[in-house]
Design a binder for this molecule. Structure first.
Ligand code: SF4
Length: 335
């Protein structure tokens, strides 16, 4: 039986944050001094994560799982979790197909980890990189690590991940003068760059609508140098993709703020401390960890998830008076 929300959207994609910790300090995500990390015992174990994911895949035929953080590669023995999740199969009759297992990372450890993650069954990798200039990269992330991230992207391509995607959060006056550089980078390296509109999920609460670089601006800027044409229907994918007319590949824009895609949303989330969220901007959560550690059955977990999805709203209301910032920042929710 598919899991369907009150607006008729089938839920098929589980985003799993496996840690709130990170080895970077991106300005639009967390303060330079970092956050107060959650004690390890409060984080779900790999067995608990696998159990919740298995319920989603086997009962409702989820077809997508994305591992996120914080920074997932800072958690020990990550390939072991990947192996568990890659082995999940929908129960017969649940519909669905093999799980498309993906991960979002800052790329700094991919140089070492990419082959092992590939062998463990990871299918796709998305690397976050917000500047191609070492000095600016350092001022955004508070780390001199651009070279490691670029090596990580190459290592992911060499390990056979395809397509490797590169996410760039654009902030007006910070890195919006690198749009064409990133487009050229993607064309040269054969990776798909996706520009992300800045969202009000930063720990400092500094987000304003004026800092958002819009879809139209991005497309206009690239098209003036590398002519673009639209690509097929996006389905439930967050990114609107365009192709270079000269065959130089594709580029995407995740326009969460100015071109919301909530009407086709198929995603739900699990936080590192076991809270279920039916939306990135949800202001309510369901404590699955308490059910697991309280001796609850798979049926209890499934009932809690169904109830939470049954409360899912039509979509975020960024820019409207009704918009409420979640009391978690991006690093505590996962992308
Ligand atoms: S904001 Fe919420 S409803 Fe909209 S696409 Fe994101 S997760 Fe889905």
């Amino acid at each position: 039986m598919p899991l369907v929300d009150p607006f008729g959207r089938q839920v098929r994609d589980l985003r799993i944050s496996i840690t709130d910790r990170c080895n970077f300090r991106c300005t639009y995500c967390m303060p330079e001094e970092g956050m107060v990390w959650q004690p390890r015992e409060e984080l779900l174990t790999y067995e608990e994560i696998e159990r919740i994911a298995r319920i989603c895949v086997q009962r409702w035929g989820f077809t997508g799982i994305r591992i996120t953080g914080g920074e997932p590669t800072v958690r020990a023995d990550l390939p072991a979790l990947v192996e568990k999740l890659a082995a999940l199969r929908p129960a017969s009759g649940a519909g669905g197909r093999d799980v498309d297992l993906a991960m979002t990372t800052n790329g700094a450890s991919l140089g070492l980890l990419a082959p092992a993650l590939r062998r463990a069954g990871l299918r796709r990798i998305t690397v976050s990189c917000d500047s191609l200039r070492p000095d600016r990269f350092a001022s955004i992330t508070h780390r001199n690590a651009l070279h490691r991230v670029l090596d990580g992207i190459d290592a992911a391509v060499a390990a056979g991940f395809a397509p490797v995607k590169v996410n760039c959060v654009l902030m007006r006056g910070v890195n919006d003068d690198e749009i064409v550089d990133f487009a050229a980078f993607g064309r040269d390296r054969g990776v798909e760059v996706r520009f992300i509109e800045f969202m009000p999920l930063d720990a400092q609460g500094a987000w304003t609508a004026q800092t958002v670089v819009t879809y139209e601006e991005v497309v206009r800027t690239i098209d003036a140098v590398f002519p673009l044409e639209p690509v097929d229907r996006r389905g439930s994918h967050p990114a609107e993709r365009l192709a270079y007319r000269d065959g130089g590949g594709t580029v995407g824009v995740i326009a969460s703020v100015t071109r919301s895609f909530c009407s086709s949303c198929d995603r739900v989330r699990l936080t590192a401390d076991g809270q279920f969220r039916n939306c990135l901007f949800a202001v309510h959560e369901t404590d699955l960890r308490a059910i697991l550690r309280g001796g609850g059955s798979d049926d209890d977990v499934a009932a809690a998830i169904e109830a939470d999805v049954g409360r899912k709203w039509a979509g975020h209301t960024i820019g409207q008076v009704t918009f409420l910032r979640p009391d978690r920042s991006m690093s505590q929710i996962g992308g």
